[in-house]
Structure formats: C-alpha cells, structure tokens
Design a protein around this ligand. Sequence first.
Ligand code: G3I
Length: 337
Amino acid sequence: MSINVRTAVAGLALVVVALPTGASAAAPATLGAAAAAKGRTFGAGVTAAKLADSAYVGILDREFSSVTPENEMKLDATEPQRGQFSFGPADRVVQHAQARGMKVRGHSLLWHSGQPGWLQSLTGPVLREAMLNHVTQVAAHFRGQVVSWDVVDEAFADTGGRRRDSNFQRTGDDWIEAAFRAARAADPGAKLCYNDYNVEDWASQKTQAVYAMVRDFKQRGVPIDCVGLQSHFGFGIPYPASYRTTLSSFAALGVDVEISQLDVVGSGAEQAGTYRRVVEDCLAVARCTGITVWGVRDTDSWRSSGTPLLFDGAGNPKAAYDAVLAALTSRPCGRPR
Ligand code: G3I
C-alpha cells in the first residue's frame, strides 16, 4: 500500500467513525437545512430581548432559517405616539436574521390588540387615515427586508363567520383591502398575508369566512399573496383531521399558505405525533411555503406552562423535535416531495 492510499483509507475511516450511529450522510441535521431540502423555510418567533441570551441564540442560529418578531413590529411597538415611529428592537431582529441569511416574516401591521392609546382614541376617517399611514410607514421602513407581511391579523370573530368588532372594522368593511393596497404600494416586493387563528379546521365557520374573503380578494384583484394559519394547538383547539384540506383549499385560490405560529400544548409522543402530522400536511401541499414555531424553547413561549415547543427549557431537543426532523427528511414512497 502506498503512503497516499494509506492516508486516504485512514481518512475514510475517520469520516465513518465521525458519523453518529444510524445517521445518513445525506440527511440534513437541522430543521432549517431539512426544510430547505424540501423547498421550505423553518422559522421561529423571536424576541429581541432574548438575542442577548447565548443559549437561545445558539439554537436559533443553528436550527432556523426564518424569524418572525413576536412583538417588535406590532403597532404599539412601532408607533407608540402618533407619527413617531420606533424601530430599534425590530431592526435588531431583522439585522440578526440578515447577518445569518435567515428570512424575516413581518408581524403584524394591523391587529385589533396591542394598540397604543392614541390610536384607540380615534374614530372614523381620522382613524382610517392614521391606520393606513401606519401601514405605509412601517412597510416602507422594512421595504426589501421582509419576505412577507402579516398585513392584517385576526380580523374575524371566533364564531359565526363574521368580522370581529374592532375600531378598524368600524371604519368600514373595506378596511382590510385598503390595508393590503397600502402595503403593496409601500413594499411591492413583499408577500402580503392575512393571518389568523382557529382557521385550521376546514369545517369551521371562521375558516369558511376567511376563505370567502380571500376568494373575493383574488377575484377582484385585491393584492393578497398568502394566508397564515397560526396553528396554536392544544387547550381546547385540537389538530383537525381536515388540516391538509384547509391548506390545499386556500392554496387552490392562488395564494401561498404559511403555518405561521405553530405550537402544540402537551408532551411526549402525543405532542410529537401532532407536530409530525403538521409537517407532513405542509409537505403535501406545494404552496405551503414555510412553518414557523412560536418561540424557541418551552420557557420562551407565550404559554410556557403548556410546554408547547420543540426545545425544553435547558435547550435540549424534545421528542417533538425528532418527529419534525424525521418528517422533514422522510422520503415518501414513489416520488420526491
Ligand atoms: O417586555 C415586557 C417586560 O418589560 C415586562 O416586564 C413584562 C411584564 O408583563 O411584559 C413584557 O412584555 C410582554 C411581551 O409579550 C414580551 O414578553 C407583554 O406584557 C405581553 O403582552 C406580550 O405578549 C405577547 C402577546 O402576543 C401580546 O402581544 C406574546 O409575547 C406574543 O407571543 C403574542 O403573540 C400573539 C400573536 O402576535 C398573534 N397571535 C396570537 C399570539 C399569541 O397570543
């Protein structure tokens, strides 16, 4: 054996020894890489204050390919006084993502909640003008930096298939389309999404009402590109068997679908099974372009007592993480996804 061949064989042995037992050399080892191999993003809801936590940032940077600021782009954060904009924390999240090649989902331009006092005191045409100015200013500030915007969040009532009563709704039923047109004008390159919760079950009146609005918008040329299904499961909102039907039905209208705030209250195999089904459903729908989990570790969650995320408080991947990674890397029989 020549020295060169011996060196090559030794090197090969090292590579083989370095692979963890049972691992395939081709299988992507992180959520972001595995999702990318399927043409999707895998994101996390992120809080600017936690970017100082090295354990948090370590997981975020290793695993995720997209971020959504949990609160930093909301109206109370970005326009605390009328006409005075504040982008510091949101800019920090965006810069963190950009420096690492992660995409940014903008969340959210208009929401009935999280409104500053000055806005709550306005009504009628004055409120409408202030509302649209907010959309314009914020979308313009982040022009070219966000891949998509939740232009309007949670505008439908929980029951009855009607619009939610809100100060925005009281300015006229066309407030949502006006917001989408203003966002398009301010950032023509961003995908514009309608985002909501309890729109995962195809049979629910709320899902049907949002579906009817999106269909109407597409028919009339109102600029809408995607629908975000928040997908907060558990605590009385089970994962519905019709989830894949809901995703594919919205997609058939000619919009992308995003799983935008996924979390599953629970633990162990049951929680892991729900996560696996959600990922499988997304992969089965060509226009399901990404999944975002609403936080990094259980302790970062808005409902931390329900341990709804993929990493425990110590930063260890849970059974739910393994299930998501396995679903993302699985090869269905017959044809590639
Ligand atoms: O930053 C302050 C901190 O300084 C203060 O000491 C502390 C005391 O309560 O509050 C901190 O702010 C909290 C903030 O989260 C950051 O942790 C707010 O009180 C709290 O209301 C806020 O909750 C957020 C909630 O929206 C309301 O805006 C959650 O983080 C966020 O996950 C949640 O996200 C929403 C989506 O936007 C819409 N869909 C539902 C989802 C869950 O409610």
